[in-house]
Design a protein around this ligand. Structure first.
Ligand code: MCA
Ligand code: AMP
Length: 496
């Protein structure tokens, strides 16, 4: 019997002595050791009652054990549900209630708080040094575990993505969704066992977990596995690295360091950017400084990667390239494909496209057409060759440092504060994060200050979603249809 993802990504490395990870303290972990740890953890999961199709919620530090837990979850036939370490208790409660996991793995420091919201789920821990109840339980287990059979259409991951309605939706990712995309990217970016990826992204999102890690595993490459993005460490690793995957903020921060030069990147083969628009000026400045043209690609949680600039061929600044092999992209208006050169909504179909939203058939039906095309909500244009340029978003979304912030979610929290009449949350340009969050708020009376508002919003939202400024207004600008005109707010407050 087979387990599609485990057999392709993990099983081939059993007993291999090739290096897989180099950690922040200099320790190296070879593939065989990693797979053995995956097997031990799989025994703990099984012993905890995790069976086929069960969800395993993971809000844990970026350490080797957490990555191995991803493998163990797949090996057990279960569904990996990673969560941003910045999420607050109130955000976590929603995910846990919605996903009804069998097991929750959290940072040791959060164990008590997590136990309070865990419901029927069992809670185990991984700490920042890799210790914890989960890893202790794994230490003496056998290192081999028979992978639970799972087919291409079975679920391997559940990734929550906020929505324009304010409620997060769990995107159901199948074994086939993840594997097909990893195969396309590995081929296209020519990743091989000779590569060494500088891994500085978080592993709770598609970019750091699936794009970076699945391609590395598939190719049998190495990763310099860092706790987080630190320009100093990334620069220090470039002479022995070959590949970097990052959000645009990585590249603007690297460019602000004079030590980034041609000599330092002499060993580097490829720089990839995604998750947010890379400014053409960043692309140009990076090429002038290093001689490398950053390869920009475009994706979404629901679809994995959709398009990529070519490895060989023109990497055009400001564009996201062509549809990946096996992926269809079209640009539509009122459900009809528009002629090349015209702007419309980007739609995508292929093995990369998710199976729908967890427990939300109506939401799924709104965004995933019967013919298999997923409506991204991004506005784009295709040239005669099919090359895609993203020109905006039909959805109300702010992207800061590669993290998505849905204004509706923030507005709902602000509007629930006593004394608030209504609010409008919008993004303005930010030199480091690309965009930053601002809230225009109408209040009753005069009692509510900016600080008091911020204090009441804080417990409900991860820090990166917090408005960096509140503007108290008498009324929100509206058009004749009564719709709030965020474009006017952006124009007025975009410079602050
Ligand atoms: C941190 N802060 C942020 C962000 N990150 N604020 C807005 N947006 C952010 N992304 C805030 C913190 O709350 C803190 O606020 C202050 O900035 C400094 O925090 P620190 O932890 O020191 O920040 P950092 O470590 O320098 O992090 C910045 C970062 C990080 C390296 C850009 O956000 C990051 O790794 N981003 C990558 C996100 C990612 O992987 N996205 C992929 C999603 P204060 O000081 O006020 O408390 S997957 C996806 O989008 C699709 C599928 C795709 O196409 O890839
Ligand atoms: P998420 O839902 O967190 O997966 O974020 C997906 C969104 O990120 C997409 O719908 C786009 O709006 C945006 N995105 C990802 N890659 C790019 C890119 N290269 N350029 C512009 N936007 C991007």
């Amino acid at each position: 019997m087979t387990n599609t993802l485990y057999d392709a990504l993990f099983a081939p490395h059993t007993d291999s002595e090739a290096t897989f990870l180099t950690l922040d303290d200099g320790t190296t972990v070879n593939y065989g050791q990693f797979i053995a740890r995956v097997g031990q953890l799989a025994h703990v999961l099984a012993k905890s009652g995790v069976a086929s199709g069960d969800r395993v919620v993971v809000q844990a530090p970026k350490v080797m054990e957490t990555l191995a837990l991803y493998g163990a979850t797949v090996q057990c036939g279960a569904v990996y549900l990673p969560l941003n370490t910045a999420y607050t208790q109130s955000e976590l409660s929603y995910f846990i209630t919605d996903a009804a996991p069998r097991l929750i793995v959290c940072d040791a420091k959060d164990a008590d708080a997590m136990a309070g919201i865990a419901g029927d789920a069992h809670v185990m821990t991984i700490a920042g040094d890799g210790s914890g109840t989960l890893t202790a339980a794994a230490d003496h287990r056998p290192t081999t575990f028979d992978a639970v059979p799972r087919g291409p259409d079975d679920l391997a991951g559940l990734l929550y993505t906020s929505g324009t309605t304010g409620r997060s939706k769990g995107a159901m990712m199948s074994h086939k969704n993840l594997l097909s995309n990893a195969q396309s990217l590995t081929d296209l970016w020519q990743i091989t066992s000779a590569d060494r990826l500088i891994h500085a992204l978080p592993i709770f999102h598609t970019h750091g977990l699936f794009v970076a890690t699945n391609t590395t595993l598939l190719a049998g490459a190495q990763m310099r596995f860092m706790a987080g993005f630190d320009p100093e460490t990334v620069l220090a690793e470039m002479p022995t690295g070959s590949l970097l995957m990052g959000v645009p903020t990585f590249y603007t921060r690297l460019l602000s360091d004079a030590r980034l030069d041609r000599a330092r990147v002499a060993n580097m083969r490829l720089f990839v950017s995604g998750s947010a628009p890379l400014l053409a000026e960043t692309h140009t400045a990076f090429e002038e400084r290093t001689g490398h043209r950053i390869l920009e690609r475009y994706g979404m949680t629901e679809t994995n990667m959709i398009t990529s600039n070519p490895y060989d061929g023109a990497r055009v600044a400001g564009t996201v390239g062509h549809a990946l092999p096996g992926v269809e992209v079209k640009v539509t208006k009122d459900e009809k494909e528009v002629p090349r050169g015209e702007i419309g909504v980007i739609e995508v179909r292929g093995d990369n496209v998710f199976k729908g939203y967890w427990n939300m058939p109506e939401k799924t039906a709104e965004e995933l057409r019967d013919n298999g095309f997923f409506i991204t909500g991004d506005l784009g244009v295709q040239d005669e060759d099919g090359r895609v340029t993203i020109v905006g978003r039909a959805k109300d979304l702010i992207i800061a440092g590669g993290y998505n912030i849905y204004p509706k979610e923030v507005e709902d929290v602000i509007n629930a504060v006593p004394g608030v009449v209504e609010s409008a949350v919008f993004g303005v340009p930010h030199p480091d994060f690309g965009e930053s969050v601002i809230a225009a708020v109408v209040i009753e009376g005069v009692g509510l200050t900016e600080d008091a508002l911020a204090a009441q919003v804080a417990p409900h939202l991860a820090r990166f979603k917090h408005p960096r400024r509140y503007i108290i207004m008498k009324a929100l600008p509206r058009n004749t249809m009564g719709k709030v005109q965020k474009n006017l707010l952006r124009a007025e407050y975009g410079g602050c």
